[in-house]
Every structure is written in structure tokens, then in C-alpha cells.
Ligand binder design. Sequence first.
Ligand SMILES: [Zn+2]
Length: 78
Amino acid sequence: MPLLRLVFLLLLAFIAWRAYRLLFAPRPRPPAPPPLQDMVRCAVCEVHLPVTSALRHDGQAFCGEAHKRDYLARHGQG
Ligand SMILES: [Zn+2]
């Protein structure tokens, strides 16, 4: 019965295709890393921090108010 054999082969191919899809389905992408930010260096402790969270004064960057004060005290301003 060649017709029955053909149907069986088609069924087998369909099952194989489904199994293949199931096993090799594209996985959901991992979350994208955060966009790269420009980094600046604290003028006092030289720690690097994103430009958005740095304090700027007189062309210098600082990691916090304390280091900004340190810098200004050392450089005779403010
Ligand atoms: Zn600092």
C-alpha cells in the first residue's frame, strides 16, 4: 500500500519537524545591557563614575560633595 506508506512518512516528517521546532526554537533574548555611559574620574579619589552621577565644578568631576569640598579646600577656592 504505497499511499499508506506515504501518509505515514508525511506524518513522521511532521512529527520530526515539530520536535525540531520545539528543541531549537529561538530562546527569548536576554535583557540588553544598559547603554554605555561616559565615565569621568573624581579629581580627589580617582574613582570612575558615570558622568550623570558626578558633581562638576571648575572643569573637574567629583564623586560626591565631600570630595568636591576637599578639592576646593586644597585649591584655595570656596
Ligand atoms: Zn572621590
